[in-house]
Design a binder for this molecule. Structure first.
Ligand SMILES: [Fe+2]
Length: 387
């Protein structure tokens, strides 16, 4: 059988290691930008990272700063960023310095400012989808290790009016450069390190068992799993450990590249439904759901889980879902959705929202609405006996 043609879309330039933020200057020069729009948020500015980045830009480069990105950005927040970008004259590149919310806001604001319309015109599943004609080169500098947005073609947003989370997908949204500096992540507190780290691990696990996986995404995903297994506990427990922080940044990048070129699966489908409903931290809901969804998927991908079990533990034949469960416990992640305030009364609406996408995600096992409801019910209160 002749294999179909596959495409791997990755940033042109990836720099990592302590002090890599200085390489932003090379990346800006490489794209020939005279005026950059720097997207960031208050916490990143407060930590001094924004000042550090601005100091290393080439002297001839003009910078307009937008540092008002909010966590889990809404359509309105993206529109504000797009207005600021539109008002800045002659911008020829974006520099996004922050977590996934910042990098995604930069991508989405760029789409709106250059192409007009509203986010829902371009979102995944829009019918008819409006074409994106122009995208600005984006130099992404993550300050958390998790979303992998510096490697992906996805740009997520929350639409409060519809109580859903959706995203724009376009391979041109893959940043032109990813600058991975662990010194920018040492001030991330343990609970955020844990949540974002589980997001990276979820990307890697879901990409590895995706129906859209290929040998190239397998390589990215498997190495991301090994790095997360090796470094996540230490990044949480010893925040200043640069080796652990660098390992997690690389894991996050590789996992992002893996799922952007294959897909995520049921954990993300459920998490997006929860994120649209409650605006909960994405990585934390992924972390709570990952082991139960792996147990659900196991009949469809046992051989792949065996490989993941080995990557997670170093022990051949180890149970992958169990390894994830013990990792989540070690990094003190909440054990249930109930602890996060998810109410049983909302489960029918959440189930309906998730089911719309559930069998288009690339997840290895088909799922019914009843099975989604049961998974969520068990995740709200794992102590309840399954029916
Ligand atoms: Fe994610």
């Amino acid at each position: 059988m002749i294999e179909p043609i596959q495409t791997l879309t990755l940033p042109q330039r990836v720099e990592w290691g302590a002090g890599a933020v200085t390489r932003v200057a090379d990346a800006v020069t490489a794209v020939g930008a005279a005026h950059v729009f720097v997207v960031s948020d208050a916490a990143v500015a407060q930590a001094g990272h924004l000042e550090r980045l601005l100091a290393v830009l080439p002297a001839s480069t003009r910078a307009t700063v937008y540092d008002r990105v909010e966590a889990e950005p809404t359509t309105e927040a993206v529109e504000q960023a797009a207005d600021a970008l539109g008002a800045a004259d002659g911008v020829d590149a974006l520099v996004s310095l922050g977590g996934g919310s910042v990098i995604d806001t930069a991508k989405n604001a760029g789409v709106l400012a250059l192409n007009g319309g509203a986010l829902r015109d371009y979102e995944d599943g829009a019918d008819p989808a409006r074409a994106i004609s122009r995208v600005l080169p984006n130099i992404a500098v993550p300050t958390t290790a998790g979303t992998g947005s510096e490697a992906t073609a996805w740009a997520v947003f929350v639409d409060p009016a519809r109580r859903l989370k959706n995203a724009i997908y376009d391979p041109r949204l893959v940043p032109v450069a990813a600058i991975l500096d662990p010194e920018l992540t040492v001030s991330v507190p343990p609970d955020v390190t844990a949540g974002t780290g589980m997001d990276a691990l979820t990307h890697a696990v879901e990409a590895f068992v995706s129906r859209l996986a290929n040998p190239a995404t397998d390589a990215l995903a498997l190495q991301a799993v090994s790095l997360a297994a090796l470094h996540l506990r230490r990044a949480v427990d010893e925040s200043a450990d640069l080796e652990a922080r660098a390992g997690m940044l690389l894991a996050s990048f590789l996992a992002g590249a893996a799922f952007s070129n294959s897909s995520c699966g049921l954990v993300h489908t459920l998490s997006e439904a929860l994120g649209g409903f409650y605006r909960l931290p994405h990585g934390v809901t992924n972390g709570v759901l990952l082991a139960p969804v792996m147990a659900f998927n196991a009949p469809s991908c046992a051989a792949r889980y065996a490989r993941l079990g080995t990557a997670l533990t170093g022990v051949v034949g180890a149970d992958a879902a169990e390894a994830v469960r013990s990792l989540a416990a070690d990094i003190r992640l909440p054990r249930s959705l109930g602890e996060l305030g998810v109410a049983r009364a909302d489960l029918p609406a959440l189930t309906a929202g998730a089911f719309v996408w559930a069998n288009d995600s690339g997840n290895p096992r088909d799922v019914t609405a009843e099975q989604i409801h049961e998974l969520l019910e068990h995740a709200v209160d794992p102590r309840r006996e399954r029916a």
